[in-house]
Write a protein that binds this ligand. Structure first.
Ligand SMILES: CC(C)(COP(=O)(O)OP(=O)(O)OC[C@H]1O[C@@H](n2cnc3c(N)ncnc32)[C@H](O)[C@@H]1OP(=O)(O)O)[C@@H](O)C(=O)NCCC(=O)NCCS
Length: 173
């Protein structure tokens, strides 16, 4: 379990299934998520959620983001191995009612500290659809640097990289 001032990041549990399916079924949340972007069928969404709950990816993988004040479900954060196998990607998505309060930046900042510190990864990457300005702003606030466009699972995405050194130089602390 990892904590920040307002949030707790913890591993997925079977009892999260309903919240996780609802998150990934919201077309606004999924507008810039997935390749292609957008929600999948209910069956596919439910299968993917159950797999994530059952999967053990060691120090990587998915975390539920919940409020420390009331335990409420706020969304998901993850460290995912890139298809190339070399790098690890930081990913996040929050319930619509959680947007606009700095919570994605707070959750992602906490997971990034864990990835670069506890897991001791040399660098973390992130990809966003070019139109996803809110997500790009989150990455900029965390100290990620833009590295142009790359092909990711058949789509063009904006590619970002952060290392411990560049994060200390330009990140939030
Ligand atoms: C993207 C997302 C995670 C942001 O969550 P959030 O908690 O609202 O993010 P924060 O409040 O920490 O920061 C958002 C920043 O983007 C800015 N922003 C929001 N919408 C914007 C827009 N349309 N254009 C430009 N900037 C925007 C905010 O002003 C804020 O920057 P600021 O602190 O400088 O004012 C959330 O909207 C979400 O879950 N979206 C759906 C899933 C998704 O797209 N995930 C990322 C996939 S790569």
């Amino acid at each position: 379990m990892i904590e920040s001032p307002r949030l707790r990041l913890r591993r997925l549990r079977p009892s999260d299934e309903r919240d996780l399916i609802a998150l990934d079924s919201d077309p606004e949340v999924m507008r810039y998520v997935g390749s292609p972007a957008g929600p999948r069928s209910f069956e596919e969404t439910a299968d993917r959620v159950r797999l994530r709950i059952a999967e053990d990816q060691g120090p990587l993988g998915f975390w539920v983001v919940e409020s420390r004040a009331d335990g409420g479900f706020r969304g998901l954060c993850a460290l995912i191995r890139m298809p190339s196998g070399d790098d690890v990607e930081l990913a996040y998505r929050l319930t619509r009612s959680s947007w606009g309060q700095g919570l994605a930046t707070e959750a992602a900042n906490t997971l990034l500290d864990y990835a670069l510190g506890v897991v001791a990864l040399p660098r973390i990457v992130a990809v966003t659809y070019p139109d996803n300005r809110a997500s790009q702003r989150v990455l900029e606030k965390l100290g990620f640097l833009p590295r142009g466009l790359i092909d990711y699972k058949g789509v063009q995405v904006a590619y970002y990289v952060v290392t411990r050194a560049t994060r200390n130089a330009s990140g939030p602390r």
